[in-house]
Design a protein around this ligand. Structure first.
Ligand code: F3S
Length: 81
């Protein structure tokens, strides 16, 4: 299983992730991205059929704000950095 979270400190609201992976990422009132499935806590497993979308979003984010890991983030985007 894989997990994903957005670092909203570095997200510049570019809007790419929600286009690449609309079932995983949406935007809050400030247009900052968040992971839909767990309210951006990084604790919900990415559904297998969406893993490719998550990886595409990860690679496409201009500020490296999309984080992906094999373990839950527990709300901390920088947990594994
Ligand atoms: Fe933000 Fe990166 Fe998405 S800058 S809007 S997390 S593609």
């Amino acid at each position: 299983p894989r997990f994903t979270i957005v670092d909203q400190e570095t997200c510049i609201a570019c809007g790419a992730c929600g286009v690449t992976a609309p079932e995983l990422y949406d935007y809050n009132d400030e247009a900052l991205a968040y992971h839909i499935l767990d309210d951006n806590q990084g604790t919900a497993k990415i559904p297998e059929d969406l893993e490719d979308d998550a990886l595409d979003a990860y690679e496409g984010c201009p500020t490296d704000s999309i984080k992906i890991a094999d373990s839950p983030f527990d709300g901390n985007p920088l947990k594994f950095e």
